[in-house]
Design a protein around this ligand. Structure first.
Ligand SMILES: NC(=O)c1ccc[n+]([C@@H]2O[C@H](COP(=O)([O-])OP(=O)(O)OC[C@H]3O[C@@H](n4cnc5c(N)ncnc54)[C@H](OP(=O)(O)O)[C@@H]3O)[C@@H](O)[C@H]2O)c1
Length: 263
């Protein structure tokens, strides 16, 4: 049933106004790559606030497990949508699913990504297939997903938000002082998506969109072979930027401490 057509019996005026305010404020959120890691934790935090959260997963079984886990914790507003950000036809069918169910999208979190940390990513001897695969997913896939979902975000009933999950490795300024970690494909993919954030924010500013990049900080997920801060801290770090309202910033890059990062 579309989220805008729910009916319920309210017993007191307080209860009615509380439910009404949740009803009015409830956002429809899509997080790509939310079957694991930072995206999964973010989904939990957003569901805790009563919003409708689509767990985007390229593997249906893995996505269903993530949804089942959050349902078992009581977060019944969590739903599954299959989306592989490198497959245009699957991105489009994910949009159709959300459009049919909700009629709109308020928040797109472009979280899905790969790092291929076990491949050679030195600037001198990189594995070119690895570099290509990373750029294909993190850059082209993120752009393609965004472009397909912009028409649905334009139907948002609040402030439309696009949040690109980037990395401090994507900060060219920071890379100049810390290039020891040789991740040229990953760094370039995130620097490129930062550049896209700037352009997109500018083009969508007059329509009231909030478009930003954020890094969760080094977080223990399968991407980092479980090195880093607890995964919930990564999800929490990006939460505020996913739920921005009309007063929020646009065209910025934020660190896990909430401060602005240099591009
Ligand atoms: N962990 C860190 O220290 C760190 C630091 C800075 C930025 N980040 C960024 O945070 C985001 C989340 O990463 P994570 O650390 O949570 O790693 P993760 O646990 O490996 O999560 C990555 C997610 O992206 C999905 N994914 C990969 N390729 C996809 C595709 N083509 N289509 C759809 N989904 C795809 C993965 O799906 P499968 O499960 O099917 O593989 C997984 O759900 C990434 O953008 C990453 O670059 C992470």
């Amino acid at each position: 049933m579309p989220s805008t057509h729910r009916r319920k019996t309210y017993h007191s005026s307080t209860q009615r106004s509380q439910v009404f305010s949740v009803y009015i404020m409830s956002k429809v959120v899509l997080i790509t790559g939310a079957n694991s890691g930072v995206g999964f934790e973010l989904a939990r935090f957003i569901a805790e606030k009563g919003h409708i959260v689509y767990i985007g997963a390229r593997n249906e079984d893995s996505g269903q497990k993530a949804v089942d886990m959050l349902h078992s914790e009581g977060f019944k507003t969590v739903k599954l949508v299959v989306i592989d950000i490198t497959q245009p036809s699957i991105i489009k069918s994910a949009r159709e699913t959300i459009e049919e169910n909700e009629g709109r999208l308020d928040v797109l979190v472009n979280n899905a990504g790969i790092a291929l940390m076990d491949e050679d990513q030195s600037a001198v001897t990189p594995s070119m297939p690895a570099v290509r695969e990373i750029i294909e997913t993190n850059f082209y896939g993120t752009i393609e997903t965004t472009v397909v979902f912009i028409p649905l975000l334009r139907k948002s009933t609040c402030t439309p938000v696009i949040l690109n999950v980037s990395s401090s490795f994507g900060s060219n300024k920071q890379s100049q002082v810390d290039a020891r970690a040789k991740f040229v494909g990953y760094r370039a993919s995130k620097a490129a998506i930062n550049s896209y954030t700037i352009a997109l924010a500018m083009e969508l500013k007059d329509e009231g969109f909030k478009v930003n990049s954020v890094t969760p900080g080094i977080t223990a997920t399968k991407m980092t072979h479980d090195i880093g801060q607890p995964v919930s801290a990564g999800g929490l770090a990006i939460l505020p930027w996913a739920l921005l309202d009309i007063e929020g910033p646009t065209g910025k890059f934020f660190g896990s401490d909430g401060k602005e990062l240099p591009w």
